[in-house]
Design a protein. Structure first.
Length: 91
């Protein structure tokens, strides 16, 4: 068995709960604008917290731009949109 005397699991869980409370706030603010897309909001937050890149693909009208713009406004970040068209692709 591993020695857990130096780590109190209950204290660790409480600290994680306290330190991660901002995620719930961001999610709640985004859900005020993006209705019915819980999976999308959670996926965006996972990408953000993992310090990764996010590529949203889909047909027009799925609120992709609105979702990213809302996330940027919620966390007070910049927002710029690039629309890929055939003329932007390499020859």
């Amino acid at each position: 068995m591993s020695d857990t005397s130096s780590v109190n699991i209950k204290e660790l869980n409480e600290r994680i709960r306290q330190e991660s409370s901002f995620v719930d706030i961001i999610s709640m603010e985004m859900n005020k604008v993006i209705v019915g897309q819980k999976h999308l909001v959670e996926s965006l937050l996972i990408g953000l917290l993992a310090d990764g890149h996010i590529l949203l693909e889909g047909v027009p009208g799925l609120a992709k731009t609105l979702a990213i713009n809302t996330l940027a406004n919620t966390i007070d970040a910049g927002f710029a949109r690039i629309q890929f068209t055939p003329d932007l692709l390499p020859a």
